[in-house]
Structure formats: structure tokens, C-alpha cells
Ligand binder design. Structure first.
Ligand SMILES: Nc1ncnc2c1ncn2[C@@H]1O[C@H](COP(=O)(O)OP(=O)(O)OP(=O)(O)O)[C@@H](O)[C@H]1O
Length: 310
């Protein structure tokens, strides 16, 4: 349906996106995962024809949209990261206003507004002005605006940033429902790996403008098949113990957080007795040593040596 081919965008001297290749098939939920500044918003702006790429192409049904974006624009809905609503209008008035921009009118507009309010769970607040809404409710309405003209493809740019857990769950469930019931194709960007893990069929992971991994969840996790991730928890972690970990040649990565350390070791290594000896020598007490089932976060750690979250 939609394909990005060697897509790049340069701002002044810096590439925000470099040689991006991606495809989206009808009916999929695609996750675009990456930390802040990875280039996700820039990629989305190019694929929805809001900005022109410096190099490369965006193809919709095999035709470039760079010179002729109209066919894509007709079927696309974009939920921007920033809330774009009129604060002094009610939820219903906002939807009516944006519906008219999509050239909906009369009974059809009324029906669509009712339907969207139901889908985003704001029917009982339809006559309240947006100013009185919580952050989560505003985000839901923002999504509702993009759904009015029943887009075939909806693009959501970090739709759950900074909202309460209840609204977040509501948004995730709405995305799932729209995909299942209306066969809406979704491109969902996030830096919350658990959201992408829950929602998406296929995933692309970006970092610093580059695509660093892509595939189904299982395919991506298979990147880690040669390694296991081990979580060490201890009361008083000290530098001696951390240095032992860093110096041990069988340990591939050491990531230290406040009260725990994650290490990655080759699958075949039995690291447990080594850790016990290290703890003894460093005079610390281990609380637990657990093998973790790999998550997308671990894949990101493996590929970049950094955590996905800030
Ligand atoms: N208009 C612009 N002019 C100059 N630099 C830009 C512009 N837009 C984005 N950038 C830079 O490009 C890089 C990628 O930004 P982008 O917003 O695409 O990342 P992101 O993955 O969407 O992150 P976030 O979640 O923080 O929005 C960043 O370093 C950003 O500062």
C-alpha cells in the first residue's frame, strides 16, 4: 500500500532521517519505535506529504506521492503529537468544524460526529468545552478528529505521551478496535516499547535517524537468540562489583540502574557461579539473579547499548 524508499531528510547539516526503507500493507498495525529525536516525526511528516524529502521516494500503490500527494491525502488521517483543537469550543463543535474541512455536511456530518464521539468514549462530554478536559480526553478528541473521514490509513504520532493510564488504555483499545472492526491500517509511533509490543504486527526501530531493526515481534526478538539477558538485584551495589562485570570477557553488556544491573551473556554460559564469586569478592549481597524473557527494550539495548527511554 505505502512504501518508503531510501528516504532521507537533511536539516541544515544534519540528517534527521537517513536512508529509511519501510512498507505498510493494508490492515496492518505497524509500530515505529525509537527514543526522542530518533526521527520518527520527520519520517511521518514525509510519508504523509507534509514535508518533502531531501532524497528518496514515498510510493502509494506504486506511484510516487512527492509530486502528486492528492491520492494519499484522501485516504490518510494524521494524529499529530501536539493537540490541535479549539479550546473554547465543545467536543462536538470541534468535530463539526474539522468535519466541514473534510467537506462533510448535513446528516452525514451529524452521523460521523456521533459515531466518532462514541468510538473515543466522549459521548457524555460532547457539550463540554475542551478547556475543561483532561490531557487524556483532549488526546482522544485529537484522534477523533483524524477519524472523521474514515481514513484507510491512520498515522498516530506518540498519542499517549503525558496522559493518565486510563486514557492510555482507552487509546490502545480504540486503535485495536478500529483495526479489527474497520480494517483501518495504523502506523503507530511511540517510545513506549510495551505499547508497540501489545499493538503491532510488525515493528520498525529507529535510532539517530537510522533504521536499526525491523520485522515481526518474534523476528526482532530473534536478534537476541544468541544471548540471554540477566537481571541482577543487590542491596548495596558497589564499584568493585560493577568493575568485575565490565572486566569479565564473557559478559557482552552491562547496564547499571539504581538498584539493579542488566547484563547480556552468550546463551551457553552458566553465569550464576561467576556472579556469586564476584559478589563474594566485592563483599555485596545479591538479592536475586533472574533470566529475563527478552523484550523489545532488550533488543534496543543490544543494538545501541542504551535504554530506549530517556
Ligand atoms: N524543522 C527542523 N529543523 C531542524 N532540525 C529538526 C527539525 N525537525 C526535526 N529536527 C531534528 O531532527 C531530529 C529528529 O527529530 P524528530 O522530531 O523527527 O524525532 P522524533 O523521533 O519524532 O522525536 P520526538 O519524539 O522527540 O518528536 C532531531 O534531532 C530534531 O532536533
Amino acid at each position: 500500500m505505502l512504501e518508503l524508499v531510501d528516504l532521507s531528510k537533511k536539516f541544515k547539516h544534519m540528517y534527521a532521517v537517513k536512508n529509511l526503507n519501510m512498507f505498510i500493507e493494508k490492515g496492518e498495525i505497524i509500530g515505529l519505535l525509537g527514543p526522542n529525536g530518533a526521527g520518527k516525526s520527520t519520517a511521518i511528516s514525509m510519508l504523509s506529504s507534509l514535508i518533502e524529502p531531501t532524497e528518496g521516494d514515498v510510493r502509494f500503490h506504486n506511484k510516487s506521492i512527492i509530486k502528486n500527494p492528492a491520492p494519499l491525502r484522501k485516504i490518510i488521517g494524521v494524529v499529530p503529537q501536539e493537540i490541535a483543537l479549539y479550546e473554547d469550543l465543545t467536543a462536538e463543535e470541534n468535530l463539526q468544524f474539522f468535519g466541514k474541512i473534510y467537506r462533510l455536511k448535513g446528516q452525514l456530518l451529524k452521523r460521523k460526529v456521533d459515531e466518532v464521539l462514541e468510538q473515543i468514549g466522549l459521548t457524555d462530554r460532547r457539550r463540554d468545552i475542551v478547556k475543561t478536559f483532561s490531557g487524556g480526553m483532549k488526546r482522544r478528541l485529537n484522534i477523533g478528529v483524524a477519524m472523521l473521514h474514515e481514513p484507510e490509513l491512520i498515522i498516530m504520532d506518540e498519542p499517549t505521551v503525558g496522559i493518565d493510564p486510563q486514557s492510555r488504555n482507552y487509546i490502545l483499545e480504540t486503535v485495536k478496535r478500529l483495526n479489527q472492526e474497520k480494517q483501518m491500517t495504523v502506523l503507530y509511533t511511540s517510545h513506549y516499547m510495551e505499547e508497540v509490543e501489545y499493538l503491532c504486527d510488525r515493528i520498525y526501530i529507529m535510532d539517530k535517524g537510522n533504521m536499526i531493526a525491523s520485522g515481526t515481534k518474534d523476528e526482532i526478538k530473534r536478534i537476541l537468540s544468541a544471548e540471554k539477558t540477566i537481571l541482577i538485584q543487590a542491596e548495596l551495589l558497589n564499584d568493585t562489583f560493577i568493575n568485575f562485570l565490565h572486566e569479565n570477557p564473557t559478559i557482552n553488556r552491562v547496564i547499571k540502574e539504581e538498584k539493579e544491573i542488566t547484563i547480556m551473556v552468550p546463551k551457553e554460559i552458566n553465569i550464576f557461579p561467576i556472579l556469586v564469586k564476584m559478589a563474594e569478592d566485592a563483599k555485596i549481597e545479591l538479592n536475586s539473579v533472574d533470566i529475563k524473557i527478552p523484550t523489545l527494550e532488550d533488543v534496543f539495548l543490544h543494538l545501541t547499548g542504551r535504554a530506549l527511554r530517556d
